[in-house]
Design a protein around this ligand. Structure first.
Ligand SMILES: [Ca+2]
Ligand SMILES: [Ca+2]
Ligand SMILES: [Ca+2]
Ligand SMILES: [Ca+2]
Length: 219
């Protein structure tokens, strides 16, 4: 039987499980390399191979948890629902929002999704190097506080959060849904920040919210 390039677990599908499998191989990437895993054939398993699987073979982008070609509220909700910055859940993978394959669903994964947010599915293949694929650096020991620069450039910036919703195109219902989900997400993130050293409370910060018709119950 022919196995498609990229179908690492040979189940007949090229999907998120194959991405997860490839990410798990990276720490041992310098060891004996199975050529079927070495998608960018250079003798090592590394981020290049993952990039090729995601963008070249699947023609998707980081942040697309369900690999449907859109990076939208559905993906956002998936990530928010599995937000796990200390990696407590050992089963987290791409389809739960761990886009950099480091075993957690954290701020870096969130920023990847936010950066690539594209609910209209333009499927633009971004120029190499412009995306946050998480290749830059391993996470610091998870229970520690988020790096200060991540806080100042990331969640602490209301504009980076607001960027998640204005392009949603189907009107007030979508906007209300976005605002509602965002409120829930802000609350969840605040719990994280409370455990760390941050004193900022996004859920209490009107500037961090989408203002829109929100007529269902408050969280
Ligand atoms: Ca597979
Ligand atoms: Ca390679
Ligand atoms: Ca998606
Ligand atoms: Ca991650």
């Amino acid at each position: 039987m022919l196995i498609a390039v990229g179908d690492l677990d040979r189940d007949g599908l090229i999907d998120a499980e194959d991405i997860d499998l490839l990410c798990e191989l990276i720490p041992n990437g310098g060891g004996p390399v199975d050529w079927r895993h070495d998608l960018v054939a250079d003798g090592v398993i590394d981020r290049q191979d993952v990039d090729w699987l995601v963008r070249g073979i699947l023609e998707r982008e980081y942040g697309d948890s369900n690999l449907d070609g859109l990076i939208d509220l559905s993906d956002y909700n998936t990530l928010a629902g599995h937000f796990d910055p200390v990696g407590e859940n050992p089963n987290l993978g791409w389809s739960q929002g761990d886009f950099d394959g480091d075993g957690d669903v954290d701020l870096a994964d969130y920023m990847t999704l936010a950066t690539n947010f594209d609910p209209s599915g333009n499927a633009s293949t971004a120029p190499a190097g412009s995306q946050t694929s998480g290749a830059q650096e391993p996470e610091p020991d998870p229970p520690a506080a988020f790096p200060d620069d991540a806080l100042s450039t990331g969640l602490a910036s209301p504009s980076s959060r607001l960027a998640l919703s204005p392009d949603v195109d189907s009107g007030e219902a979508q906007q209300a849904l976005a605002a509602h989900r965002q409120a829930a997400e802000l609350t969840a993130l605040d719990e994280v920040f409370t455990r760390t050293s941050s004193t900022r409370h996004l859920a209490d910060d009107p500037s961090a919210r989408v203002t829109g018709p929100l007529n269902s119950e408050e969280i």
